[in-house]
Write a protein that binds this ligand. Structure first.
Ligand SMILES: *[C@@H]1O[C@H](CO)[C@@H](O)[C@H](O)[C@H]1NC(C)=O
Ligand SMILES: *[C@@H]1O[C@H](CO)[C@@H](O)[C@H](O)[C@H]1NC(C)=O
Ligand SMILES: *[C@@H]1O[C@H](CO)[C@@H](O)[C@H](O)[C@H]1NC(C)=O
Length: 515
């Protein structure tokens, strides 16, 4: 009996502790936060996690193995994302095609790292599932062939055409916005623009398909062969993911039809318990009698690269308010007014959750937006690049935000926006309303993340969730084959009619001749 019980226990253990490979090759801090969230939830659920990323997770658990690929920082120039570069329009970071080739090269370099080669070539390495972050390049999907296990995409943004085409199909550009779009409207011209940009990316992928497929073979062909298998064609692998977990929620994005294997888990990176404020911040909050405005431009953009004159004008402008201003900034500024505090590191969630926090001035990164929604705080968004425009535009459309464009006039525009946001309660009320919706879920997002990953493993890759749209080619979806048939029939009818008419004419003419 005891033996039976023990073997039951070991069975239970072996069925519940899965081996999960998490991969993210984006050396940007916000992606590190998302990585830490996955690792934390999977470890808490008792799984063995191998974390391949430039951000090793600090956790004493025996079930965690970090494979540090921070070396990839030498291959990618993060200074691309700099205030100066953006203000003076030196590079166009909104161009998706540029992003595709940058991240493709980044992944090629990542695979060549010794730690990656060791991991991929070791025949003892076995995983039940791979969770891979998608960022423009689909090449990482080859790991599913290397380890012969299901693949789950981790998407960091609201659902958009590029990711949805991997598990379903492109979004209709007539009512969805291309995710690096700077504006958010659907006039005639906007719809044409949306269609053009979707088609442009689609065309780029199409003409590069052969080249990419070659790279895929180079990266994984010999490794898979060494394991005694044949590498499947690239398209069979990249369109074969079992699931996509999205760092999104219907209130951060638009309400669109999604395939069964797309799951919203936005907010999973936020811890359940709010950590107490550190002493310096606690004192500032305690002293503040008129509320707090929190100002942070995120982790990529260094406020210290802001032009000197703008810094001075911002401080001057903040000093006119009776509210306390907490500014996340690396270096202090001399002669600060009494109500402005500059602090290099801030536990954002603790500040936003504080009842005295009235307003959040942000660059509009999705993590910051999710944290603002979690805490129910209105925002002023100053978008700089990537999906920040669309994040802010959508927040404005939902009624809990205002957007300011970055430029020389920013102190003046910000003054007007802050004044309106503080005086008009509709923004605060809307933020609270949306926060309530954000929290009203069947399961907390971290639990849902774990559930779906386990579901994929338990059901051998969850083929039942796969979208049937993937079985149909693009021309069939657009009924171009039907169009072709109709054109052929019409042409045929035309030719027949013409023939008959000619016959009749000849008959009539010959009749006349006889008469
Ligand atoms: C696609 O995924 C399923 C489920 O993980 C797997 O069984 C199959 O071998 C995969 N096909 C290819 C071509 O990788
Ligand atoms: C808070 O107020 C007290 C008393 O007025 C003052 O001594 C202290 O310096 C203030 N702290 C901060 C961080 O402003
Ligand atoms: C407050 O802001 C909302 C949203 O922009 C607007 O519809 C409303 O008219 C404003 N109310 C006042 C009193 O200005």
């Amino acid at each position: 009996m005891l033996l039976k019980y023990l073997s039951f226990l070991t069975l239970l253990k072996c069925c519940y502790a899965y081996k999960i490979l998490y991969v993210s090759a984006v050396p940007s801090k916000s992606h590190g936060i998302l990585t830490a969230g996955y690792v934390r939830h999977l470890l808490e659920a008792g799984h063995e996690v191998t974390n391949v990323s430039p951000f090793p997770v600090n956790n004493p658990s025996r079930n965690l193995r970090n494979i540090d690929i921070s070396e990839i920082r030498k291959f990618i120039d993060m200074s691309v994302i700099d205030v100066d570069v953006i203000m003076n329009k030196k590079v166009d970071i909104q161009d998706q095609i540029a992003s595709i080739s940058i991240t493709e090269n980044l992944w090629k370099d990542t695979v060549k790292l010794d730690v990656m080669q060791k991991l991929m070539n070791d025949p003892r390495e076995k995983f039940d599932v791979i969770v891979a972050e998608w960022l423009y390049s689909d090449l990482v999907s080859g790991l599913a062939s290397v380890f012969n296990c299901p693949l789950i995409w981790a998407s960091t943004m609201d659902p958009h055409s590029l990711v949805l085409s991997l598990i379903h199909e492109n979004l209709n550009p007539a009512y969805t916005i291309h995710h690096t779009s700077v504006d958010y409207s659907f006039t005639f011209l906007d719809r044409i623009y949306q269609l053009m940009s979707t088609s442009r990316v689609w065309y780029y992928k199409w003409i590069n398909a052969n080249k990419e497929s070659e790279v895929f073979k180079q990266l994984y062909g010999s490794i898979v062969a060494k394991k005694g298998r044949v590498l499947p064609p690239y398209d069979d692998v990249r369109y074969n993911a079992s699931l996509m977990l999205g760092n999104s929620h219907v209130i951060t994005g638009d309400s669109i039809a999604l395939p069964q294997n797309y799951k919203h888990i936005g907010g999973y990176h936020i811890k359940d318990t709010v950590e107490p404020l550190p002493q310096n911040l606690k004192e500032i909050f305690d002293n503040s009698s008129n509320g707090v405005i929190y100002f942070s431009l995120g982790s990529n953009l260094k406020s210290s690269s802001l032009p000197e004159s703008i810094k001075r004008d911002l401080v001057q402008m903040f000093s006119e308010f009776k509210e306390t201003v907490i500014w996340k900034f690396e270096k202090s500024i001399p002669d600060l007014p009494q109500n402005v505090h500059i602090i290099p590191w801030i536990p954002q969630q603790s500040v936003l959750s504080h009842p005295k926090c009235k307003l959040f001035i942000t660059h509009g990164g999705l993590l910051s937006k999710l944290e603002a929604l979690h805490a129910g705080k209105p925002i002023i968004g100053i978008p700089f690049f990537a999906d920040q425009y669309i994040n802010v535009n959508r927040a404005v459309a939902k009624g809990f935000a205002k957007r300011i464009n970055f430029g020389k006039n920013i102190p003046r525009e910000l003054r007007i926006a802050i004044k309106e946001m503080l005086e008009n309660y509709s923004y605060q009320n809307r933020a609270k309303e949306l926060s309530k919706i954000f929290h009203d879920r069947i399961l907390p997002p971290g639990k849902e993340l774990v559930y779906w990953i386990e579901h994929v493993i338990r059901t051998n890759g969850a083929p039942h969730l796969r979208s049937i749209a993937l079985n149909v080619s693009w021309y069939q979806k657009l009924y171009l084959d039907l169009l072709l048939v109709i054109i052929l029939i019409l042409t045929l009818l035309f030719v027949i009619c013409k023939y008959i008419f000619t016959l009749i004419r000849i008959r009539l003419r010959s009749k006349r001749k006889i008469q």
